[in-house]
Write a protein that binds this ligand. Structure first.
Ligand code: GDD
Ligand code: MG
Length: 359
């Protein structure tokens, strides 16, 4: 079985973490999201995968030339300018070797899922479909592609990111994994920007192609925002989100080697602590991602936050739902509230930012 992984987006909502690292290569629970996805694809019988890359393309090849534990045949399709999701699929297809009627599995590069991949391919085959879409249900579908289906599972419409209340006709959304008949990919226009969501799917529906939706209510998360990212990492650490790479290391937290953690520190709710991190006395780390060589000083509190490589959080500083990028330093007694972002190597002096507790 062959697959395409779409990993060329800019990851704008995760800036400043994505200035130096493309979103799918940011480690979640110690491995790039792309590694978790390749591992799951390998378990489902995929033997050849093409990474559709654009933004910071070289990072993928550099990493996987050293870390291919999956025995996967990995190829890199590089877009000089981003071609959009549909253009990326078309461009990646040059590295597929399967026949026109064979299935090709396509994954968005930023989703964590417990999807039964083999089951989706089977449904595609049984229904003699051109395309099968993995769907999930969410409370607020506005940030996604809406996909209403009839009682047989046939897709009735595809509305990407609805803007008016009338457009919200279902809670079923595109969960970012498809099975395409290879010949359908070959019909996507080459060498121009194409959105699979805004152009390819609506066109397929207009021309009465057989497009089916398969709702799977298992684990699903798009890692596109900082809060989702720290949640996804914590869910992997606790085994709520499945990954073959973490079998045997599931627990309430994951602390890598070479760390110095004071025995009085509390590290909970799926926190991940990278190599060489130092955590001081009575520090509290909850549901957070702390990358390599960062320092969390005594009494600091880090709640549902991401702390980049070699960044430091000062004594009794408190951050909640915040991103502190690599090399940044937050002085003692600062308090950062949800949505705050500290840029790479920024230095914030002691007590420079403080909100009163009733604000
Ligand atoms: N190679 C390449 N080139 N990849 C791209 C490009 C491009 O020009 N643009 C986006 N991608 C990749 C991103 O890296 C990501 O892995 C995937 O395509 C989807 O892009 P996002 O930017 O994450 O899109 P989204 O989250 O707003 O929406 C998409 O995913 C939702 C589910 O998570 C859509 O497919 C929605 O319909 C869907 O509901
Ligand atoms: Mg996304």
């Amino acid at each position: 079985m062959q697959a395409i992984l779409l990993v060329g987006g800019q990851g704008t909502r995760l800036r400043p973490l994505t200035i130096s690292t493309p979103k799918p290569m940011l480690p979640v629970a110690g491995y790039p999201c792309t590694s978790h996805q390749i591992a799951r694809a390998a378990d489902a019988g995929v033997t050849r995968i093409v990474l559709g890359t654009s933004y910071r393309a070289e990072v993928f090849e550099d990493y996987f030339s050293q870390h291919n534990e999956f025995d996967m045949d990995i190829h890199y399709a590089v877009e000089d300018e981003p071609l959009g999701t549909g253009g990326a699929i078309r461009n990646a297809a040059q590295f597929l070797t399967c026949g026109p009627d064979d299935p090709v599995i396509i994954f968005n590069g930023d989703i964590l899922t417990g999807l039964d991949i083999t089951g989706l391919v089977e449904r595609w085959r049984e229904s003699n479909a051109d395309v099968a879409l993995y769907l999930t249900r969410v409370d607020d579908p506005r940030a996604y592609g809406l996909v209403p289906t009839d009682e047989t599972g046939r897709v009735l419409a595809f509305k990407e990111k609805p803007t008016t209340p009338e457009e919200i006709v279902t809670d079923q959304i595109n969960a970012g994994c498809y099975v395409f008949k290879r010949s359908v990919i070959d019909r996507i226009p080459a060498d121009r920007v194409v959105s699979v969501e805004r152009e390819t799917f609506p066109e397929l529906l207009e021309t009465d192609a057989r497009v089916i939706g398969v709702v799977d209510d298992g684990y699903w998360l798009d890692l596109g925002t900082p809060l989702a990212f720290s949640k996804g990492s914590a869910d992997l650490v606790r085994g709520i989100a499945p990954s073959p790479l973490l079998e045997g290391s599931i627990g309430d937290s994951l602390v890598k080697s070479g760390t110095s953690v004071h025995p009085s520190a509390s590290i909970t709710a799926g926190s991940y602590i990278g190599n060489g991190v130092s955590v001081g006395e009575n520090a509290i780390i909850e549901g957070s991602v702390i990358y390599d060589n960062a320092t969390i000083a005594a009494g600091a509190q880090v709640i549902r936050s991401i702390v980049g490589d070699s960044a430091s959080i000062g004594t009794h500083a408190r951050i909640t739902e915040t991103v502190v990028a690599e090399g940044a330093s937050l002085g003692a007694h600062n308090e950062l509230n949800p949505g705050a972002r500290v840029f790479p190597n920024a230095v914030i002096n002691d007590s420079a930012i403080r909100f009163s507790s009733d604000r």
